[in-house]
Design a binder for this molecule. Structure first.
Ligand code: SF4
Length: 306
């Protein structure tokens, strides 16, 4: 099988820096990571073996930190956390270390600025995602907009400030902002583009990839928001796509009608896992001539991508 690799894919600087920080802390002594640092079981297992264990959330930590300093260290992941949560943990005696990505920090600052302007803050993203919980956690009042179906929850708000989870697809965010303005023409709607550059780069690269291949495999964990957005982007552009967490999850029958397959990966996928999937794809037999219809023209496909 011929494999075409996306021009931008895989682990971003924010996740790499967070892993480096966790590994460095683990070398000094035990540390507890607050939630999934990276959506890869091997990396999590390696960190655990080195002394960096993972707690699902603040409720999994003891009510009060143990007296011994090193045992009380907790690390906030690249996804960030509400300042009020960090303060509560410090109040419980934990030594809070912070691996929040600077681009998540930028989204927190945008939310605070929009709220300070007297706007009702609207976050486009997944309500159950740790980053979004952090973004709204310090605001007295905010709405998480997952889809158009949530629009009516904004009724009666004269001033709105919209931002996005950093790993959202920008075109979807822009389409939702347009829908808000259409639905509430009298509202004063400000928008802060907080989608991070690595996410934009991967979304753009996968759109170019789709034009060269019969199908796309996206490598990333089931909890990874940007991985799901990459799969959705390929589908919207008219090609089949599958998400796998590792080479073991690949199913050869998916690709039996393919001659050339595209490969991309979410921002928390380690290079070693991408390489393993690439080698497994290359070992598959190629269909002598692809039988799939050509991908739709980019403009038409983009119009349908919202
Ligand atoms: S996906 Fe974007 S915001 Fe999240 S850690 Fe990576 S660079 Fe930072």
């Amino acid at each position: 099988m011929e494999v075409v690799v996306a021009s931008a894919l895989g682990m971003c600087f924010g996740v790499k820096d967070a892993i480096e920080l966790a590994a460095g802390l683990a070398r000094e002594g035990p540390v507890t990571i607050l939630g999934a640092l990276v959506h890869n079981p091997q990396v999590v297992a390696d960190l655990a073996a080195a002394g960096a264990s993972t707690a699902h959330g603040p409720d999994d930590l003891p009510a009060a930190a143990p007296v011994a300093g090193d045992r009380a260290r907790v690390l906030v992941t690249a996804h960030g956390a509400a300042a009020s949560l960090k303060a509560r943990l410090a109040g419980r005696g934990f030594d809070v270390r912070d691996a929040t990505c600077p681009l998540v920090d930028r989204a927190h600052r945008a939310a605070a600025r929009l709220a300070a302007e007297g706007r009702h803050v609207v976050v486009v993203g997944r309500a159950d995602h740790v980053e979004v919980r952090g973004l709204v956690g310090d605001l007295p009042d905010a709405t998480v907009l997952e889809s158009e179906a949530d629009l009516e929850r904004l009724a009666g708000r004269p001033r709105l400030g919209v931002l996005a989870q950093t790993t959202e697809a920008l075109d979807r965010v822009l389409a939702l902002v347009a829908r808000i303005r259409e639905r509430f023409p009298r509202a004063d709607v400000a928008f802060a583009d907080t989608v991070c550059q690595p996410t934009k780069d991967r979304q753009l690269a996968v759109a170019a990839l789709v034009l060269q291949v019969d199908a796309v495999v996206v490598v990333g964990g089931p909890e990874s928001n940007n991985t799901h957005k990459l799969v959705a982007r390929v589908h919207a552009l008219g090609r089949p796509a599958w998400r796998v967490g590792s080479a073991a999850e690949l199913r050869p029958e998916w690709l039996r009608r393919c001659r050339r397959v595209g490969l991309t990966a979410g921002t928390s996928t380690p290079d070693a896992v991408i390489d393993e999937v690439r080698r497994a794809l290359e070992a598959l037999p190629a269909c002598p001539a692809a039988t799939l219809a050509p991908a739709p023209a980019t403009e038409a496909a983009e119009a349908g991508a919202a």
